[in-house]
Design a protein around this ligand. Structure first.
Ligand code: UDP
Length: 330
């Protein structure tokens, strides 16, 4: 089955890559985005409805115009640090925005939603790798806001028959292998684009946040998953719902962790130059290790990462960053 689907946050990083994957799978993605943090130029695979998910009248009009059969919901703020200093922003946008969207779906009888969740809903790991039944005890408002939306999905499921897949991403990374879209955060806070920027001279020296963790090389370990693999998982989740599959939450990761130093080594190999870096203190709220148990997504959605080997992740991210850099320098 294919048809029109609403993609909230389709002008953002994971949303735009998913819009491309949806179009390639035969769907018509209609992006709903306020362009607060997304980019109109990233909306290339279907129309853009510019507006806010907090605006119920806007949502009603967009739904009436396009008659979507399902929703993929990415629109959210996603900076952990900012969520600590401005929690109201996160609860309003992420929770109240999602509630507004779910009420609109209920009233327009749209039953299926794929939701962009996060491994930040788990908080500090008590066992690794993290499986979906690990306790969810987020340690920042960003993770808490996403967990609240998971709860909304369950309650709307019980009361109104809403059917959902919540995809809990680990570390989204990389860029479209065709070079059409990539990662553009402002401000940038993520390791890979910052390390590449430091190598290219577009970002300051990289600060390594903590070298005294109880890991093999003393730096934090994360599970980096290519954004194109994340996009494919959303299409698989949509098909799962369309085939009558039950509501579920699934981790999206590779199951393998890499340290900060391992990432820097790979960036240096791909860039062919060193990454200016300095060792610094730990960043508050960073667990030493986060690695997914991704067996459920494999079994239930038939999804396996295709391009999340670290060479593909770093080389696509590097090509995207280098092109942006070349465009902006005369
Ligand atoms: N990190 C770092 N320096 C930076 C940014 C990140 O050492 O300038 C580390 C961070 O402590 C974490 C890993 O890189 O262990 C990935 O961080 P990122 O912000 O990319 O993603 P997060 O894991 O916070 O979602």
């Amino acid at each position: 089955m294919s048809g029109t689907v609403l993609v909230t946050g389709g002008a953002g990083y994971v949303g735009s890559h998913t819009a491309k994957a949806l179009a390639q799978a035969g769907y018509q993605p209609v992006t709903v985005d306020n362009l607060g943090r997304g980019f109109a130029h990233a909306v290339r695979w279907g129309p853009l409805e510019r507006g806010d998910i907090l605006d119920r009248a806007f949502l009603d009009a967009a739904i009436r115009r396009w008659q979507p059969q399902a929703v993929l919901h990415f629109a959210a703020h996603s900076y952990v640090g900012e969520s600590v200093t401005a929690p109201g922003l996160y609860y309003r946008n992420n929770v109240v925005g999602s509630l507004t969207l779910l009420e609109a779906m209920r009233d327009h009888a749209i039953a299926n939603i794929v939701f962009s969740s996060t491994c930040a809903t788990y908080g500090l790991p008590v066992r690794l790798p993290l499986s979906e039944d690990h306790p969810q005890a987020p340690i920042n408002p960003y993770g808490a806001s996403k967990l609240m939306v998971e709860r909304l999905l369950a309650d709307f499921g019980a009361a109104h028959g809403l059917r959902s897949v919540a995809l809990r991403y680990f570390n989204a990374a990389g860029a479209d292998p065709d070079g059409e879209i990539g990662e553009n955060h402002d401000p940038e806070t993520h390791l890979i684009p910052l390390a590449i920027g430091a190598a290219l001279g577009t970002q300051p020296k990289l600060k390594i946040f903590g070298t005294d963790y109880a890991t093999a090389d003393g730096t934090c370990i994360r599970d980096y998953i290519h954004v194109t693999d994340l996009a494919a998982a959303h299409v698989a989740a949509l098909r799962h719902l369309e085939a009558g599959g039950a509501s579920v939450a699934c981790n999206l990761g590779t199951g393998a962790g890499l340290s900060v130093r391992a990432i820097l080594t790979e960036v240096e190999r791909v860039a062919g130059r060193s990454v200016p870096a300095e060792e610094g203190p730990r960043r508050a709220g960073d667990p030493p290790e986060l690695v997914a148990d991704a067996a459920r997504a494999r079994q239930l959605l038939g999804w396996t990462p295709q391009c999340s080997d670290i060479a593909s992740v770093i080389s696509t991210a590097y090509q995207w960053a280098a092109r942006q850099h070349n465009r902006s320098t005369p």
